[in-house]
Design a binder for this molecule. Sequence first.
Ligand SMILES: Nc1nc2c(ncn2[C@@H]2O[C@H](COP(=O)(O)OP(=O)(O)OP(=O)(O)O)[C@@H](O)[C@H]2O)c(=O)[nH]1
Length: 303
Amino acid sequence: MTGKATILLVDDTRSNIEILAACLQHNYQLKVAMTGIRCLELAEKTPIPDLILLDVVMPDMDGYEVCRKLKESSVTKDIPVIFVTGKDSDEDEEYGLQLGAVDYITKPIRPAIVTARVGTQVILKQQSDALRSMALHDQLTSLFNRHFLIEAATNKISRLSRHGGKLSIMMIDIDHFKLVNDQFGHQNGDIVLQAVADVLADCNRKEDVVARFGGEEFVILLDHCSLDDTQDKAEQLRSKIEQLNPGKIHVTASFGIAELESENEGFEHLLARADAAVYSAKEKGRNCIVKANKDLESDVKGK
Ligand SMILES: Nc1nc2c(ncn2[C@@H]2O[C@H](COP(=O)(O)OP(=O)(O)OP(=O)(O)O)[C@@H](O)[C@H]2O)c(=O)[nH]1
């Protein structure tokens, strides 16, 4: 991880914030909130904190309630929380830990103890972020992997069922990739995969998901994108890949595109339609784009 970890300090008393800041400001980037509501706002804003030090007794919303809300939100649920509080009974501590806090520090604080406990939690958070990132990315291309794609698509489809909107999918399969490996070797095959992945990653909006789905197959999820717009985008990508020549190897790819018919269509079905369209593109001579039929059966029969 590059740069300093970010810690959000939450306390309604300025002098408490100052004491904590004095312990931590040299090693961490600090954000400060003096109310529970402000804590919830800052916890969702970039840079998302790596750790929150949370007071309990505050006028607008107490720290326990803030912690509960942090744990309910998909954006903030993985941020570790340490309570820093004057409430020092066993019951208070037990309650705070039951809410999901990773540690509980009582006031008056001892700076060396705060520094050590914060350091431990920051390291654990960085390690778990690194593991999560490895679990969700493809190592060769650094794109998202199939596991993340399925998770993201399922979330997007369930959001669409609540708020409406469009979702399209593009499946991209490099043509005759076995021949590339056979003629130029596996290492050059890897270079081709990385070059194609870079083109796909560069040409997309931040909210789109670009994933390596398997061997020489990639999938892009396009938010709020109609099938016609997806086709335009696919044409740009097809043309860029054709002009790439990574390691002087001529590369092309076949594209299948599909738009979610309704929120009742599951991701598996959408994917199967895009896959059938890729198959049709291969049948048509490769290096082209095929729109999926609405009906998967007729696509599959066309094989
Ligand atoms: N270099 C490299 N090759 C891989 C990787 N993953 C899968 N492959 C190879 O990709 C090739 C895919 O071949 P096929 O599925 O037969 O498809 P194709 O040769 O691209 O033929 P068409 O898709 O019909 O155009 C296989 O030879 C796999 O070994 C990888 O990570 N690196």
